[in-house]
Ligand binder design. Structure first.
Ligand code: SAH
Ligand code: TYD
Length: 405
């Protein structure tokens, strides 16, 4: 039986999506035969309530010099991070000449607001290609996986950090104990770490099962995060929901008893308990919803294709790897996936091998239906795609429920 990576207790598995390829592993036909697969299965720890994958993929297979996700591709996320940087500056950069360190800084979408304002900063980003984009923009970036030895080196060279930031990366790292030990080395007395990740409560409530894929090793709740932090002498001092990525939570923590705990923390912990966010029955009900969603999407697509309609995917997201493989969405159903990321264009999606084509091909010959894989950017996308609708195009969505818009 699988054991919890954080507390070693037994994990109760509640859903398996079957064999899955690497979610961001876009590939060329000559690589099809050697494609890597693993079992994508999720369980909940009976002791600490941490929801997690039961099998881990080697991080070097996921994050490398050809990483496909460039954060700055979304203007909505860029605006979100600009606001976040402004908040951090006003609330936490109060000492003279502060240092901000970011884990998983990608192309600099967040750190640029500190770099361009002359704030001392450092990004730790193992995927060389995205880190290079940040460096070219004047953002100090180390090409490393964040751990205690990196923290030691940073402190020796720059001193301790006032603030450590990490967005959409903590849930990627199986060795969270190692990360928190490194944060203990790195953080100044009185300093805070703030991290943001998709929130388990939203995943369950919206049946957004496509948040489940290899890179997302953990699915956090306040309760599981609080228990983890407690083991390292830290304390959750705030938790603020965020509308991005289909529902995220921004967690702020500090050394125990150093800061006042916001009222939101106990209130939300109580809400989680009422909702049963650590109970196996909650996740069994979630599994039933996921299976229903899968069957409804497959039936809808098969129906419109049977009628001779053309369907194109919109956004070659990592999330869509789970959806397409789990629901059996093949090239016979979806002609291609439109995506604005140059590194993905001309490649094929993992597992089911849908071709990824430039966005211009979507506009040049609108399909009858666009399957909205990038639903988390739905507001931004629907607002700019009015011409598609005006010409009779329809959207197929599946979160929170399968329907045609
Ligand atoms: N922070 C950005 C990027 C999220 S994608 C955003 O919110 O949009 C996750 C990023 O974390 C990737 O760029 C990946 O290369 C990086 N990453 C993965 N494991 C890491 C680790 N152990 N230490 C530091 N960065 C890591
Ligand atoms: P995203 O949903 O942010 O991430 P993930 O890979 O974590 O699931 O990815 C959005 C993808 O959609 C990205 O490849 C860029 C693409 N995209 C478009 O093609 N057009 C758009 O207007 C937007 C917002 C994204």
């Amino acid at each position: 039986m699988a054991k919890c990576l954080l507390c070693d207790a037994a994990i109760e598995p509640f859903i398996s999506f079957g064999k899955m390829p690497i979610a961001n592993g876009f590939l060329h036909p000559k690589q099809f035969a050697s494609e890597y697969f693993f079992e994508l299965k999720v369980g909940v720890c009976e002791a600490c309530g941490m929801v997690q994958l039961t099998e881990r993929v080697d991080p070097e297979q996921l994050f490398h010099d050809n990483y496909a996700y460039f954060s700055s591709i979304s203007t909505r996320m860029a605006a979100h991070f600009e606001q976040f940087a402004a908040d951090v500056k006003s609330r936490y950069l109060v000492d003279e000449d502060p240092l901000v360190v970011e884990i998983g800084s990608n192309d600099g979408i967040l750190l640029r607001h500190f770099a361009h304002a002359g704030v001392r900063h450092l990004g730790v980003e193992p995927s060389a290609n995205v880190g290079e984009v940040a460096r070219a923009d004047g953002i100090n970036t180390l090409c490393e996986f964040f751990d205690a030895s990196v923290a030691d080196n940073v402190v020796a060279e720059h001193g301790q950090a006032d603030v450590v930031l990490a967005t959409n990366v903590m849930c990627h790292i199986p060795d969270l104990h190692g990360v928190l030990e490194a944060v203990r080395i790195l953080l100044k007395p009185g300093g805070v770490m703030i991290f943001e990740d998709p929130y388990l409560g939203d995943i369950v409530e919206r049946t957004s099962y496509d948040q489940i894929y290899d890179e997302h090793f953990f699915y956090f709740s306040l309760s599981s995060v609080q228990q983890l932090l407690g083991r390292h002498g830290f304390e959750l001092v705030d938790a603020e929901p965020q509308p991005v990525h289909g529902g995220s939570m921004r967690y702020t923590f500090a050394a125990q008893a150093e800061r006042t705990v916001d009222d939101r923390v106990p209130r939300r912990l109580g809400e989680e308990q009422e909702r049963g966010l650590a109970r196996v029955e909650t996740f069994e009900a979630f599994r039933a919803q996921v299976e229903q969603s899968r069957d409804a999407l497959h039936a809808l697509l098969a129906g419109v294709v049977e009628e001779g309609a053309r369907v194109v995917g919109y956004g070659a997201t990592s999330k869509s790897t789970t959806v397409t493989n789990y629901c059996g969405i093949t090239p016979e159903m979806v002609e291609f996936v439109s995506d604005t990321t140059p590194a993905k264009q001309g490649m094929f999606t993992p597992g089911v091998h849908l071709p990824v084509r430039p966005y211009e091909e979507f506009v040049a010959d609108y399909p009858d239906y666009a399957l909205l894989f990038a639903w988390n950017h739905g507001d931004e996308i629907l607002a700019k795609e009015t011409a598609f609708r005006e010409q009779g195009g329809k959207w197929i969505v599946y979160v929170p429920e399968v329907k045609v818009l």
